[in-house]
Every structure is written in C-alpha cells, then in structure tokens.
Design a binder for this molecule. Structure first.
Ligand code: SF4
Length: 329
C-alpha cells in the first residue's frame, strides 16, 4: 500500500464526499478510478450457492433463513464434481472469479467443510480466483482454506454497527470483524461490503463505509448491493433504492478505498444499461455474472456480453495486481 491510501477517514469527511453534488462526486470518483485501475476493465465473477436455505440466522433481507417462509428450496451441500462443472461453465462464459456460497451461520469442522476444501482445491486448478462465503470462520479454518488454494473470502458487514441489530440479532458486529481479521491473518484477500435499501439512514451507509475504510488494510473487494426484497422476508415491502443512492455509495467507496475492486452486486437486474454505465463511471469495476445471485435473479451472460460491447468494457484477467497511484489524489 502507498501513502496515498488512508485508513484514518472520519465520518464527517466521508459524509462530505458522499453528499457533494452528484456530478462532482462522479467526476472525483472517475478520476481516482483512473489513477488506480484501467477504467475499461471490469472483473466478472460468478456466485454459486453450493448449499442453499435452511440457515439458522435471522438476516432480515435473506430468503435462505429457515425461519422465513420464502420459495427457496433447501438443498444440501452440492457434490464436488457438480461444482467443478459449474465452475468450468462460469470460466467458459468469461468469469475470472468463482465464489461459492453456503447458507451456514459458521463453518464447522466436519465432512461438509472437507468437501468445501476439495471444491476450493479443484476450482483453484482452473486458473480462476476462488472465493468462498461460508459464514463465520476461525483462524484455523481460514488457514485450511488458504492451504487449499482459496484466493478471497466474502464476509459482508451489511450495514453500520448502529443499525446492525435491526437487521440481524443472531450474531453481532464484532463477530463479523473477528472473521474479517481471521481471513486477513491467513493472507486471504478480503471481500466485504454491504446492502442499501434496508431502511437504514444515510448515516448508516456512511458508518459502514467508515468501518471498511478504517480497517488496518482496506478490503481488496467491496460489494455494494441494492436490496432485492423477497416475499416472505421481513424486508419484503422495502421500496426500491434509487440509482443515485447506489452511485453515491459506489463513488464514495471508490474515493476512500481507491485500490479496492468496487462491485456492483445485487440489484443490477433492476437497472437499465444506462444506469449501470453511470455506476461504472462512478468507479464500479466488478460485477456478478450469471442469471442467479445465490437465490435472487441477476442479468444473464448474454445480456452482460452485449453491455460489455456497447460500453467498450473488457473483462479483467484473474490475479491481476492493482497498480499504485501514479498521480497524487
Ligand atoms: S445472509 Fe447468510 S447468514 Fe444470513 S440468513 Fe442468509 S444465509 Fe444465513
């Protein structure tokens, strides 16, 4: 990391960036983006649910929580071979990162975890960046995943510490931060972001960005999700997030964590091509491809291929280093 990367942002500073006139915000973010990244490049990731539903947690946005009555069908952990086939399919469709998600509260040291380690080993031989999102993780488990070839681990903060209890009661914010620390210590790339549109206030969005940007090391990847309300979950009636709110989040994340891959994640299915283009302009440089994001809908590969053509975007290669800034910010 170079000395232009700051870990001492204050909430006030972040709020000032977030609230500046939108065109100035986009311009600043686009400028920072070009100092650290090739602005034409977008990372294409695929997210596969390897174990679906039946989760004991109570995340208010999630259709996989066992306690909510949603249409999600519970599915036990997939077989390694099946996952390998899906990974190959993702690679052939242009994805360079393959993320496997399991609806677990935490990883347990059992046969299922051994199976996930085999999945990681298998996918890592395919030349893709392998990522997992499996819930809470101990230091030892993080090390085992690293040894198996895991490149990145996703563990979202979701929202601010203050609002967290309104969304999840079965664990707390410090549990999240502990897992992120275990991942970091195991030298696994950190992927952590959140969701907007859950009824949080603007200060909660800024609070979450503040926590992420003041970690000892910024996450290498920051997903910004717009809530996709699912019938049967407590947040089913939440109104749609405006694209301008997404742009403000993306642009602010880009400015305060310049080297991170900022991922335009859930909610893309409800955006037009023009709205997505604005998000890329504001510094987003990563997307999830494939028609499903765990259990919620997402634009298909063909649609994204067309978008890449229209916007002259190109997929980012796997394992590419982020450049140091060439100009002072
Ligand atoms: S978000 Fe993850 S931990 Fe929360 S209920 Fe859904 S699957 Fe479980």
């Amino acid at each position: 990391m170079n000395n232009l990367i700051r870990n001492n942002w204050t909430r006030e500073e972040i709020s000032e960036i977030y609230n500046q006139p939108v065109m100035d915000l986009i311009y600043q973010a686009a400028t920072v983006h070009r100092q650290y990244h090739d602005a034409q490049e977008v990372q294409v990731c695929t997210l596969l649910s390897v174990k679906t539903g039946g989760c004991p947690e109570d995340c208010a946005y999630c259709p996989q929580a066992a306690r909510y009555h949603t249409e999600v069908k519970v599915h036990k952990l997939m077989e390694v071979q099946e996952v390998m086939e899906k990974a190959l399919e993702a690679k052939e469709s242009g994805s360079t990162r393959f993320c496997m998600g399991a609806a677990w509260r935490e990883v347990r040291d059992n046969k299922d975890f051994d199976k996930v380690l085999d999945m990681v080993k298998g996918v890592s031989t395919m030349g893709m960046e392998v990522c997992c999102t499996l819930g809470m993780l101990s230091h030892e488990q993080a090390n085992k995943l690293k040894e198996a070839g895991l490149y990145a681990y996703n563990h979202n903060l979701d929202t601010s510490e203050e609002f967290y209890g309104d969304i999840i009661t079965t664990r707390n914010y410090s549990d999240r931060l502990d897992t992120l620390e275990n991942v970091r210590q195991a030298k696994i790339s950190v992927c952590s972001g959140g969701i907007i549109g859950m009824g949080e206030k603007e200060g909660d969005r800024i609070g979450m960005l503040h926590t992420l940007s003041t970690l000892p090391q910024h996450p290498e990847s920051v997903p910004v999700n717009a809530l996709v309300p699912v019938e049967g979950t407590p947040l089913e009636e939440q109104p749609k997030v405006s694209v301008w709110e997404m742009i403000r989040m993306i642009a602010t994340a880009r400015i305060i964590m310049p080297q991170a891959m900022v991922r335009l994640s859930a909610g893309r299915v409800r955006m037009t091509l023009e709205e997505q283009a604005l998000c890329f302009m504001a510094g987003a440089n990563s997307i999830f491809a494939g028609d499903k994001l765990l259990t919620t809908p997402n634009p298909g590969y063909v649609q994204d291929k067309e978008m890449f053509q229209v916007l002259n975007l190109k997929p980012r290669k796997a394992h590419k280093e982020v450049k140091e800034a060439v100009v002072a910010v």
